[in-house]
Design a binder for this molecule. Sequence first.
Ligand code: ZN
Ligand code: ZN
Ligand code: FE
Length: 703
Amino acid sequence: MRGEPCDARVRPVTRQQLDVEPVGFTEFTILDSVAQAGEFQPISPDISLCDDCRRELFDPSDRRYRYPFINCTNCGPRFTIIKDIPYDRPFTTMAPFEMCPDCAKEYADPLDRRFHAQPVACPTCGPQVWLVDKGTRHAEPQSEIDRARRLLADGKIVAVKGLGGFHLACDATDDAAVSELRRRKGRVDKPFALMAADLESIEQFCEVTAEERTLLLSRQRPIVLLNKRNVNLMSEAVAPGQSAYGVMLPYTPLHELLFQPSSLNPHPLVMTSGNFSEEPIATDNEDALSRLAPLADAFLLHNRDIYVRCDDSVVRVFEGHELPIRRSRGYAPYPVKLPFNVPPILAAGAELKNTFCVTRDGYAFLSHHIGDMENYETLKSFQDGVAHFERLFRIKPEVIAYDLHPNYLATRYALERAGREGIRAVGAQHHHAHIAACMAENGLRGGSPVIGVAFDGTGYGSDSAIWGGEFLVADYRGFERAGHLDYVPLPGGDVATRHPYRTSLSYLRMAGIEWAADLAPVGAASAVEQAAVAKQIESGLNTPPTSSMGRLFDAVASLVGVRQSVNYEGQAAIEFEALADKNEHGVYQFDIEPGIGSISAAPVIQSVVADVRTGVPAPIISARFHNGLARTVYDVCVSSRNCRGLNEVALSGGVFQNATFLKRALDLLRAAGFVVYTHRLLPPNDGGLALGQAMIAYAASGM
Ligand code: ZN
Ligand code: ZN
Ligand code: FE
């Protein structure tokens, strides 16, 4: 072969002098894989179509010309088709396809690019696509995909079976189609991902930096968050209220064929997961045909089964490196190298954006994105996933780590299973786990504590309050709460999370500001609701105290009039960030009392109200808020350094997806000489939490 395959990883090369006679080997052969009890092998993530296969795909003289399942040792499905190890065809969903003589020859030839490529296939022997349109099955070889393209061009919604599940696709420039997709899917504003033919096409509607280009073209081909161009042809309904689009390039041959030949000048497509909001993405044909029937006008199906459901990954580029938002297809189950050799642990993860994690030896295997654990289907997907990972990596957990929130389904699973199987269970406080995850992915051994800044929407605190604006002096073994946002009552709990004006009313009361009719949150609540909220704040009934930073963002966004109610998590904060004026350097001052760790947002609320009343534009207010929060991070870290002599800071939690805030906080901390750790491998949000839980369980169990 021409050197090492691009996705090969050389693990340590060792040499050893043997004082024995040569035994007489004369040639180099690769033996058949043999399953060894207890042994594991790393499993490759799925890999996007390689350049060689792409060339063959569009070469009319190639026997795989326009064959939607072309692949080789350098590309193709892996994780999503593997049922067990060793990674050989009989243990994949390619098992039912018997290789034709041509494919078998390539597969057996060490000099061929398809040598031991388990999913190798061709039009003669491999999987096929077909289109189901109004219940009629069309199966003219080669023309199925063209038929789907015509439907898309006509404004239809097509369910397309992909690598890790179904997408719902439609023309992204077609307002009626995109709005119809929103209506059918029950998704009001949450942005849709886009897929475009090539980089040139993406550059027409987004700004693309060199690093972003590299990431778009990488073998993972994730959805990359890219700044929108002011003028572009996309429907307004693709990503309302956002400054960025999530965009990806075609990553399977089937996707490529949806866009080629480019002479037809195909528009970018919305490619959103094939499900109703909240449910897991559909993976098998029958399931899709029934569950997605109300959503799609037609189905582009194929008969290569998907064994593991795997959503697209979402990444943004920050300071030239990756900042993951969702780590799934293309990344999972590639492991994170740990700073220690860790025994087998299962960490169950969080409730929203769940991923779980299993460890063995020096590795943590983070799962694909499981999703929000709010229904039976997702719980089932979680349980199947855990069983699959334990089998794949030959892990029998000795400890199970869980979040302290008693109502998280993952927590209930962990405790139930630990009880049933007599496994030790270790609870990990949510924000402690965020910081531990950040430490672990940065390879910290935890010899000395860090100043952990954990800002997010919701996490169960050790005092049963809802935490989320936390400064923790932490190592893997434990933490001390060095400071936090002052508690405010959250009127109605989850109701307030969906309706930021309620949190805003609570903050106004805390800041001693009257609920005057000129203020947006007051206008958003009827007199009856205002009375109810006032009563809840006074009585504390169904009104938990919270130090959540996400809720403070909500409150300010509401005051500025950005949004009074949300229909997806983080919406108010995301839209508020999108407004921030990059050139504004003003700062809202928090009231910090380092001795008792109290951080009050009251003066911030007062300043915001004053600015709103004097007509200061929202982008200026947004910038001042972001600047003030970054300043607070800096101030608290400096005072922690002064009294404890710590110089390392770890930033984690969903709020650190906010690049505007992250950038400002980092600049201040670095200028003051802090060593700052951020996420590059795992999301700062709850999708990375399981790694931290595993590390805490490891430290707590004294192993
Ligand atoms: Zn290839
Ligand atoms: Zn074949
Ligand atoms: Fe969190």
